[in-house]
Design a protein around this ligand. Structure first.
Ligand code: ZN
Ligand code: ZN
Length: 401
């Protein structure tokens, strides 16, 4: 079972596709699922969403969720199987999630006498842009394929390969929102600034002042992130442009805090525009929003116990809260319990080097992110299979399959 899953991984890693463009990846997953006995639906959610349904008599439905998309990152791992697509890389490990879900489905399909029920494999596109989960659900994911008894997912992380880490109590990941901001100035000649309203200066003041939201308006014990990830204005040194654009990402561990930070961004940008005498007020567009991720405590405890039984307690750790954002929380709709754990991908040699040099281990979204697939993939397959069996038949989940 491992060699085909490994070859599946290598193929995906060589041929990454960006969010919303996961045509080939979706096709590979659909083919794998059909080969292992699933009924497959394509185009779920209007994009490249794939759902595989493996029926095995009456019983609960468990959903295994994996993402399909890669990132606009140029790979610098030096691996012999590095991305062949210029400027695109599986830098978040979604290829490993896909291969682990594929491997788990194959194991479950080959061991049908060990369980009863239905396994759904949800191949979700457009995770990095935070809209794939929402669009699949809006397209009737639960109505068409059954509301699952649980949704299970894992995410690669720069933890030791061969280990998994489960969240402690409370949210594992914050709620997040992305805002596009347009500041309107009055363009003109660079030599006559007094005849213009310079949006570059207004935008620069706003960027600096926005950092006071975290530093001065947020309680020190509260975790909030505010990043201005893009600032675009102007083309030439001697032309004052008529607009500036900011892209702002905000993250907070509860929705009320997120709304407060968002309101503060609008207040500060409006005030900077007023201070500059902008001819029109700024425009704000929320381009994505995702709720905080709080896995189900009872299911998390049960899956953690099953993982400890199969992997050994030494390979199961507790994950600290993260400030990455995921859209998987949408799958909690209708009270569906969710278990979500981190899958370690960093090899022992790399960890030793990091300890010796003090250099951090390349993490997700880094051009040097290089999972040690030979250790991490079998662990991911075992972790997902074990968790699925727990949901399908709690009494048998601890036996090897
Ligand atoms: Zn990512
Ligand atoms: Zn990811």
């Amino acid at each position: 079972m491992l060699r085909p899953a490994l070859e599946f991984y290598l193929d995906l890693h060589l041929h990454p596709e960006l969010s919303g463009d996961e045509h080939r990846t979706a096709g590979l997953l659909a083919t794998w699922l059909e080969h292992h006995g699933c009924e497959v639906a394509r185009g779920v959610g209007g994009g490249h969403g794939v759902v595989g349904v493996l029926r095995n008599g009456p019983g609960p439905t468990v959903a295994l969720r994996t993402e399909l998309d890669a990132l606009p990152v140029t790979e610098r791992t030096g691996l012999p199987y590095a991305s062949t697509v210029p400027g695109v890389m599986h830098a978040c490990g979604h290829d490993l999630h896909l291969a682990a879900a594929a491997g788990a489905l194959a194991r479950l399909a080959a061991a049908r006498d060990a369980w009863r029920g239905t396994v759904l494999v949800i191949g979700q596109p457009a995770e990095e842009t935070l809209d794939g989960a929402r669009t699949m659900l809006a397209d009737g994911l639960y109505e068409r394929f059954g509301t699952p008894a649980a949704v299970l997912a894992q995410h690669t992380a720069p933890l030791p390969a061969g280990t998994v880490a489960h969240p402690g109590p409370g949210p594992l990941m914050p709620a997040g929102a992305t805002l596009d901001v347009v500041i309107h100035g009055r363009g003109g000649h660079g030599g006559t600034p007094h005849l213009t309203v310079d949006p570059v200066l207004t935008a620069a003041s706003a960027v600096v002042r926005l950092q006071s939201v975290v530093a001065r308006e947020t309680a020190p014990a509260e975790q909030v992130v505010l990043t201005v990830g893009a600032l675009h204005a102007g083309e030439r040194a001697n032309v004052i442009p008529d607009r500036a654009e900011l892209a702002v990402s905000v993250r907070a561990f509860d929705d009320a805090a997120l709304d407060r930070v968002r309101a503060a961004v609008e207040r500060i940008v409006r005030a900077e525009c007023a201070a500059s005498g902008c001819p029109a007020g700024p425009e704000f567009t929320v381009t994505s929003r995702s709720p905080a991720l709080t896995p189900d405590p009872a299911l998390t405890a049960a899956v953690r116990g099953a993982h400890e039984a199969v992997l050994g307690p030494g390979r199961v750790a507790t994950a600290p809260p993260l400030t990455a954002v995921e859209d998987i929380a949408h799958f909690r709709r209708d009270g569906v319990p969710l278990a979500y754990w981190l899958l370690g991908v960093t090899g022992a040699r790399r960890l030793r080097e990091a300890a010796a040099t003090g250099e951090p281990v390349p993490s997700n979204h880094s051009p040097e992110f290089a999972p040690e697939v030979r250790t991490a993939l079998p662990t991911g397959i075992t972790a997902l299979t074990t968790a699925a069996l727990h949901v399908l038949d709690p009494a048998r989940s601890e036996g090897p399959v």
